[in-house]
Design a protein. Structure first.
Lengths: 499, 480
């Protein structure tokens, strides 16, 4: 009896699985249909409301006039369409008016309630409308904190903060500051990103405080998230970072200097900066205090900012740091000097070609390369004189990698001492068995004189590949290059044979 | 007579083991399904509000080195490198390691990218066969190609790591098609984590049937052959119903090396990739767990539930068998190598949950499944198994399997939705049901074969031959 029941039970289970699969199938089908209808209705709503949003964005109608018409969007799909239209029409000029429409239409209330709950939402909306300065209060401990930290609870709040964060900075900063009290890292990360995106200077102290928490209190929001938010600020905002450049916590100091470096680096992508682009107090503190910080990492990061001052004091600062006792400082200093403005520093840079740290040697060759022939001649001369195998290896590596060798035609054309120097460089490289690129150049379409010179250099220490390369040239080239290849080939001893 | 009774008792015992095995695995899969549903749906909800552009524009985003080990990849390597060069990521370097290819791999790269042979310094932090030649173009400094003696994928990866300059590197299979935002998607959780994230993996999809242009998927479609369609469903189930669940439990044990970001310093300190398994990606994850747990260092591994790359699935049963035997052999080698981690509380959820599951259910469980596939119907036909037991095992082995497969397609449809047309979803639903009748059992036999090979001392890599993915994924049998 029991077994019969068990058979029935199993059959029922099988049947249930089939039914569930069919339900899944029906669900997928109807979901597709529903999505299709949703997007169709959304497109219709977009067409309907787009002209009003465009007029609002262009300041042809007032906030009240726009709100009156947009209130007709009742259904969720229509409200979604209006929300998207308003956000996509937002620019620096109209963001305040568009944000006010979000307030009037109830979007802000809806997001705030989701993010903060009913009572905190009302208080925060009032504060935002009255443009109160943003402050962060200590997080309120609640018995529900553990629940609030769960992603199923925190994700909707983080999404709400994301939307609030897209409002004009004078409004969004208040909401984002309030969200910094949230127990969930997703929500706080969303708030930090919003504060950074909006670049409201009143949010800088809040973000620095978040950075401090990440450093000192091991907050669950990463240092990188806060750093990335602060890096959104522009060169004009840098004076607000000045108080933190002398913070007692050296790690915080380091991160602030690093953020200033990132901001400067971003600004320098499009324009050649000078000291006039920086706030005077920032300029002074960098040259007086930051550059002499007792924490080497701070000194190292400071140079990337100082290099953009492009004046005598920055040159002086770089000169001092090029001989710093710390390798990272030297590394950053030599990288920072890669600017034709600092060509006078060549005598201080050149000795770093034999630095005990290979990364410094590597950076030195590259930096000297940025000074054109004046720099590369130094590299070649140093290479020829150096008895240090490590330094020579590094230089040989870099003069291939940076493309010096493939651009030696200039030297060769110049003739005289320069041409002789290049020949010596080739000979030394052949002696070091760094011949692959030279073999390549011999076989390629360089000027015949240069190819002959290269063959002579390669013949001083023939590599295993050289006979093959020369044989091909001798066979295919009927000019003087081919004849030279043939004559060298005849003089190269066979592998394993006596010289 | 006595012999018969003993045999019957033995069969009865085997059937009990099979039943318990299926009950336990289905319970585990159900748990993983629930966790994955939770994880994937929340991820997709939040991901739509994340701006990868902010990460791409941020100067605070660290550089990443992309290591591409290549062995006889002349057909696909140029497309792969072009796709990597056009990846949406602020600062990257591409390191191609030709692992002694016997085809034209190195020459096509030299021709396509104007590379010149050079002699560079090689600094060995992880032991590996050193490069014999370097190829570089000063006008394209983001790409470096190295040629070395054949030493296997692990060895090629170790050579690549020795050349890395970035805090993170990303392994890339030379035959994979990478999504433009893939690296941003992988790096986003790394950047957002306050704990050192040592590994970040994502979803791999099957490219068969899709249309390609300039190394990118331009039209998503399903393959025509049943074998490839079953693999599409299988990949969806594995990547959406397995790995996100383990990730939520902080017990990631498997991540696809087709595209995976790793923390350079942690990998170097852990000794790099090991050459004594055939699935170096799984082994690397286990090694990192072991190394970091032993030192008590805080770390985490993350799994991104968005597709990051597309790969070519085997076109024939023979190639599929080779691939699955290799995967199974690699899994077996890894769990045996790290068997002291199994049920070891030192290793946290990995030791207590993930490792036992992968060792007993995923690695060795296929022997029980394969035995059950033969024994259960035979026992029923000769009358020694009651119908209720037969139906129950059938339900657990096949019926519940269809539920999991159909559920995974449903999850794909409701969250990530990469297959655009209704027809695709219906076909996937259909194959989610029918793959349980034949395909799954076939794969089980391939896996069981690999385990037997392992016990008989086989340790070598079986190479899977691909047809190539350009310009359209070819679905014909490679042997035709």
């Amino acid at each position: 009896m029991f077994l019969e029941d068990l058979t029935g039970l199993v059959l029922w289970a099988l049947f249930t699985v089939i039914i569930i699969n069919v339900v899944f199938l029906i669900f997928v089908f109807f979901r597709r249909v529903k999505r299709k209808r949703y997007y169709k209705e959304k497109d219709a709503a977009r067409i309907r409301f787009q002209p009003v949003v465009a007029e609002l964005a262009a300041n042809y109608i007032t906030v009240e006039e726009a709100a009156e018409f947009l209130r007709e969007a009742h259904a969720k799909v229509e409200r979604d369409a209006v929300q998207e239209l308003l956000f996509s029409a937002m620019t620096a000029e109209n963001e305040s008016r568009i944000s006010q429409v979000f307030f009037v239409l109830g979007y802000v209330e809806q997001w705030s309630k989701k993010a903060f709950g009913r009572s905190r939402a009302a208080r925060t909306i009032d504060a935002a409308l009255q443009h109160e300065p943003p402050t962060t209060l200590a997080p309120e401990k609640s018995a529900l904190d553990s629940y609030h930290r769960l992603r199923m609870s925190s994700v909707p709040r983080a999404v709400a903060i994301y939307n609030l964060g897209r409002l004009a900075p004078e409004f969004s900063t208040i909401f984002a500051a309030e969200a910094l009290r949230d127990p969930a890292s997703d929500v706080r990360r969303s708030a930090i990103a919003a504060l950074g995106r909006n670049r409201n200077v009143s949010a800088i102290p809040l973000l620095i405080e978040e950075l401090r928490k990440s450093i000192e209190e091991h907050s669950d929001v990463s240092i990188r998230s806060t750093k990335a938010a602060l890096a959104f600020y522009s060169l004009a905002d840098l004076r607000h970072f000045v108080p933190y450049l002398t913070h007692p916590n050296r790690r915080l100091r380091f991160f602030v200097v690093d953020i200033v470096r990132d901001i400067t680096h971003k600004a320098a992508r499009n324009t050649n900066l000078t000291k006039n682009d920086f706030a005077p107090q920032l300029y002074e503190i960098y040259l007086q205090k930051v550059v002499n910080d007792d924490f080497a990492d701070v000194r190292a990061r400071s140079i990337s900012v100082i290099r953009h001052f492009h004046d005598a004091r920055s040159t002086q600062a770089l000169r001092a740091l090029l001989s710093d006792e710390n390798e990272f400082v030297r590394l950053h200093a030599v990288r920072a000097a890669a600017d034709p403005f600092y060509i006078d520093l060549i005598p201080q840079i050149t000795p770093l070609l034999s630095d005990r740290k290979w990364r410094v040697r590597e950076a030195t060759v590259r930096t000297l390369g940025t000074f054109g022939n004046a720099g590369t001649s130094q590299v070649y001369r140093y290479f020829l004189q150096s008895k240090d195998n490590y330094a020579s290896e590094q230089i040989a590596d870099e003069i291939q990698r940076v493309g010096f060798l493939t651009h030696v035609t200039d030297y060769h054309v110049a003739g005289g001492e320069e041409a002789l120097m290049v020949k010596s460089v080739f000979q030394k490289m052949a002696g070091m068995k760094k011949t692959s690129l030279m073999n390549n150049m011999v076989a390629s379409g360089y000027a015949p004189e240069l190819r002959i010179m290269l063959m002579d250099a390669l013949a001083t220490a023939p590599s295993a590949e050289l006979p093959g390369v020369l044989a091909t040239i001798a066979k295919n080239d009927t000019t003087e290059v081919g004849a030279k290849a043939g004559s060298i080939l005849r003089n190269i001893p066979p592998p394993g044979g006596n010289a | 007579m006595l012999h018969n009774i003993t045999l019957l008792r033995f069969i009865d015992y085997c059937n009990t083991v099979i039943l318990l095995y299926f009950i336990f695995t289905n319970l585990m899969y159900t748990l993983l399904m629930v966790l994955s549903l939770y994880s994937v749906s929340l991820y997709s909800k939040f991901a739509s509000h994340q701006s990868y552009e902010e990460i791409a524009d941020s100067p605070a985003t660290p550089p990443v080195s992309l290591i591409v080990p290549a062995y006889n990849e002349a057909q696909s390597i140029v497309q792969t490198v072009l796709a990597l060069m056009s990846l949406n990521y602020p600062e990257k370097e591409i390191i191609v390691v030709d692992d002694g290819s016997t085809d034209d791999t190195i020459n096509v790269l030299v021709r396509e990218f104007g590379l010149l042979r050079m002699d560079f310094i090689y600094r060995e932090s992880i032991p590996a066969k050193p490069p014999l030649a370097y190829y570089f173009n000063p006008d394209r400094p983001e790409l470096i190609v190295m040629y070395k003696e054949n030493g296997g994928k692990s060895d090629a990866l170790n050579v690549g790591i020795n050349m890395v300059h970035s805090p993170y590197f990303c392994t890339v299979d030379a035959d994979s098609i990478i999504e433009a935002d893939a690296l941003l998607r992988l790096m986003a959780p790394v950047l957002q984590s306050s704990t050192n994230t040592v590994a970040s993996g994502g979803v791999v999809r099957i490219a068969n049937g899709c249309t390609l242009s300039n190394g990118r998927i331009t039209k998503i479609d399903l393959p025509k052959k049943w074998l490839e369609r079953c693999q599409v469903v299988e990949y969806i189930r594995t990547f959406l119903f397995g790995r996100p669940g383990w990730n939520l439990l902080n017990a990631t044990f498997i991540a696809s090396g087709a595209l995976m970001v790793l923390h350079t310093e942690s990998v170097t300190l852990a000794g790099g990739y090991s050459s004594n398994t055939v699935t170096e990606d799984i082994e690397m994850i286990a090694t990192l767990h072991r190394f970091l747990r032993a030192r008590g260092w805080k770390y985490r591994m993350v799994f991104t539930t968005e597709p990051i790359c597309w790969t070519e699935a085997p076109h024939t049963v023979r190639m599929l068998a080779r691939q699955r035997r290799r995967w199974q052999l690699g899994l077996m080698q890894t769990v045996m190598k790290h068997n002291d981690m199994i049920v070891n509380p030192t290793y946290g959820p990995v030791g207590m949950l993930s490792m036992p599951f992968h060792a007993y259910m995923e690695a060795m469980g296929c022997l029980i499944e394969a035995a059950g596939t033969i024994l259960v119907p035979v026992s029923f036909i000769i009358g020694i198994m009651p119908i209720w037991l037969f139906l129950l095992i059938l339900f657990l082995a096949i019926g519940y399997g269809t539920l999991l497969s159909v559920g995974s397609v449903l999850l794909e449809e409701t969250t990530i939705r990469r297959y655009p047309r209704m027809r695709h979803t219906l076909i996937l639903m259909f194959y989610a049901v029918i793959e349980n009748f034949g395909y799954k059992q076939m794969v089980t036999f391939f896996r069981a074969h690999a385990i037997l090979q392992y016990f008989f001392g086989k340790r070598t890599w079986e190479h899977v031959v691909h047809r190539g993915l350009e310009p359209r994924v070819v679905v014909e049998d490679y042997e035709t």
